[in-house]
Every structure is written in structure tokens, then in C-alpha cells.
Design a protein around this ligand. Structure first.
Ligand code: SF4
Ligand code: SF4
Length: 360
């Protein structure tokens, strides 16, 4: 089978983070500092990624600013010709740090925010960070770099969507990702605390559409679908091993950030294999390429070239079989894994959430 070239590398340089978001996409088993790749190993990853055809790198974590060698990695990525995006909580983004990152050549920074009010934001993050984020946004704008922001939306903050959009506009964002929580990792552990009701989502989507009209080109708004309420799954990652790859803090190479939770697969490590072999030839990257691996109902479905049977991680986490149709699909025999959950949310009474905070 002809294998396409990867376009983007997600470099998860650490799992360490001062925040404890209950929807964090990091795996339940977080990598410790002593397992993280060295600076030289990351430099080699970047060089191999450039040789493989990667055009952009997203430095993320955990909190990537906790790596003191981040500027060196950014500099090398730019020398190789990669577009460099930094995804950060903003905690630790001092004036000195932003100056060094800008000098190293970072192209854009994506800053996360948890809610519009400090009280709610800090309670979701499990850390007093909202004011630090405001300062970080100011510093990013002062440095002349474009400010992109993102918020993960869930039951506890959806009602603030208009205020969140206002806040990001006020802080100077040019782009805001309104990302409805995706239920893997910590978010799946907390799903009963995070999943909104359908009505709440519909109101939030209407508010997003109004804001899109109002802000026009001044603030680009992106709405990431809440897939539990869809009839069909998303074409996850644009196809397994098709467009992008992730290198985890310990050097394992993953088709997406959540895939380390698929226990039925083992993932190769850059400490033992080169990136090109892993991308082209490894069993994990070839496991779900093409369509031959699909069981029914996907195998004979007209939509399989649109959604590739949905998300492999979600299929594994909800059914125990990574080959199964994503249970979001209305034709999946496991659809009840979604509908039962939605049913209990629609009928439930909610008090103050009692999250399992990430990394605590
Ligand atoms: S989602 Fe929250 S806890 Fe997870 S890496 Fe981002 S800021 Fe840290
Ligand atoms: S049956 Fe499979 S390919 Fe068809 S829509 Fe559902 S998930 Fe997609």
C-alpha cells in the first residue's frame, strides 16, 4: 500500500504540568521526568521529521515551558524549515521566556483558557492560573506574535461561551478553538462530570454562530464537534497514519496523542527505531491504514472513505476492540455505549462536580 507523507508532528516534550484539568488528553499513566527524551534525542526527532516531509511541529505537553531546552528545540525546528506552533497553559511564560522563544523563531502560540471567570477557571484547572494566563496573553501580543487560544468546553463552562469569546477577543486573540471535550484519557475518566446535556450544547452552538457573525474576520472561531451527540463519527486524525504523528515524552511514536491507551497495540520508540521506519513500516502505524482491517458494518459501508470507521481510540476504550466501528456511529452494534451515557446525563441531577483531577 502507498503510504502518504506526514504533514504535522506533535512533539509532547513532557507530561509534567502545573495544571490538573479533568479533561486533559494526556494518558492516565503520565510519563515521569526521568523517562523524558534528552535534548539530543529531541533534536534528532526533529531532523528525522524534516527528512520525512513533516512541514509543521506543535510543541506541547503537559506544559512544554517546563523544558528548559524548549528554545533550542524551536531554533532547530526553524533551521530545518518547520512551521513552529507552541501549545501552552501560559504558566511560566515570563517576559524573558517569550523574548527567547520569539528570537528562536516560534511562529505562533496557542494559549489555553478554562472559563471566562477566574473563579471557575481556577477551579477547573485545579490551580490558580487564570491571572497568569491573562498576563501571558498580554506578553504574547506585546512580542508581536499571533495569539491563538483554545478552550475545552464541557458541562461546567458551556454556559459561559459568550463571555469566553468576549474574553479571548479582549485579550487579543486572532483565533479561538471552541473544542468540545473529546472523551479519552482523563476526560473519559470524568465523563459523567463533564458531558453536557443536548439542550446545553444547542444553546452554546447558537451562541457560537451569533459570535461568528459578530466578530467576522477579526476573530476566527472554530467549533470542534461534540461527537457523542452526532449520528456519525469524525474522520479521526484524517485517517490513521495518514497526515500526522505524535512523539510521546518517552519517545514512543503514536498515530495520535490518545492512541497510547490502545493496549492491544505496542508502539515503537525513537530510541530503538528511526522515525521513517516507524512511519512507513511499523505494525502499529499500518494497523488501520486502508480498509482491509475493517469488520462489518464499516467494511461494506459507503461512508468508510469519509470517516475511516471513526476513532480507533474511542472504539477501543468503549468496546475493547480497536477494529470496531466507533460507537458514535448510529449503525455501530455498540452504540448503546454512547446512548446509555447520554440517557443518564439527560435524566441526572447535577451538583458541584467532583473531578478526578489529572496528575493528582
Ligand atoms: S489540558 Fe490542562 S493539565 Fe492537560 S496539559 Fe493542558 S493545561 Fe496541562
Ligand atoms: S458503519 Fe463504519 S464507516 Fe459506516 S458510517 Fe459507521 S463508522 Fe463510518
Amino acid at each position: 500500500m502507498r503510504v502518504s507523507l506526514p504533514y504535522a508532528l506533535t512533539a509532547e516534550v513532557t507530561h509534567r504540568c502545573p495544571l490538573h484539568c479533568p479533561y486533559c488528553s494526556n494518558p492516565i499513566e503520565l510519563q515521569k521526568r526521568e523517562n523524558e527524551l534528552s535534548t539530543d534525542a529531541w533534536l534528532s526527532v526533529l531532523e528525522q521529521a524534516g527528512d520525512l516531509g513533516v512541514a509543521q511541529v506543535h510543541f506541547t505537553g503537559g506544559e512544554p515551558l517546563l523544558r528548559p531546552d524548549l528554545e533550542r528545540l524551536v531554533l532547530r525546528a526553524r533551521e530545518i524549515g518547520l512551521y513552529v506552533n507552541l501549545i501552552t497553559s501560559g504558566v511560566g511564560l515570563t517576559e524573558e521566556r517569550i523574548r527567547q522563544l520569539a528570537e528562536a523563531g516560534v511562529d505562533s502560540i496557542q494559549l489555553s483558557v478554562q472559563a471566562s471567570s477566574a473563579e471557575l477557571a481556577d477551579s477547573i484547572a485545579g490551580f490558580r492560573s487564570h491571572e497568569l494566563k491573562r498576563q501571558a496573553a498580554h506578553r504574547i501580543r506585546e512580542s508581536g506574535l499571533p495569539l491563538h487560544m483554545n478552550v475545552v468546553l464541557h458541562r461546567a463552562n458551556l454556559h459561559q461561551i459568550e463571555e469566553i469569546i468576549e474574553l479571548c477577543a479582549e485579550w487579543g486573540a486572532q483565533r479561538l478553538e471552541l473544542a468540545n471535550a473529546q472523551y479519552y484519557g482523563w476526560a473519559l475518566r470524568n465523563v459523567d462530570q463533564l458531558l453536557p446535556r443536548r439542550e446545553q450544547l444547542q444553546e452554546a452552538e447558537a451562541a457560537y454562530l451569533r459570535a461568528r457573525e459578530r466578530f467576522g474576520y477579526h476573530l476566527e472561531l472554530l467549533w470542534i464537534l461534540p461527537d457523542y451527540y452526532e449520528d456519525f463519527p469524525k474522520p479521526c486524525m484524517g485517517g490513521w497514519g495518514k497526515l500526522s504523528l505524535t512523539v510521546a515524552p518517552d519517545g514512543r511514536v503514536l498515530p495520535c496523542t490518545a492512541s497510547s491507551e490502545i493496549r492491544s497495540l505496542s508502539f515503537e520508540n525513537v530510541k530503538e527505531r528511526d522515525l521513517a521506519w516507524i512511519w512507513n513500516d511499523s505494525p502499529s502505524f499500518n494497523a488501520f491504514r486502508g480498509y482491509d482491517w475493517m469488520p462489518e458494518p464499516c467494511k461494506s459501508c459507503d461512508r468508510r472513505e469519509l470517516d475511516y470507521g471513526g476513532c480507533r481510540c474511542q472504539a477501543f476504550l468503549l468496546t475493547g476492540d480497536a477494529r470496531a466501528a466507533d460507537p458514535v456511529c448510529k449503525w455501530s452494534p455498540n452504540r448503546s455505549a454512547i446512548t446509555d451515557r447520554i440517557g443518564s446525563i439527560e435524566n441526572g441531577e447535577f451538583g458541584t462536580p467532583n473531578y478526578a483531577y489529572r496528575g493528582r
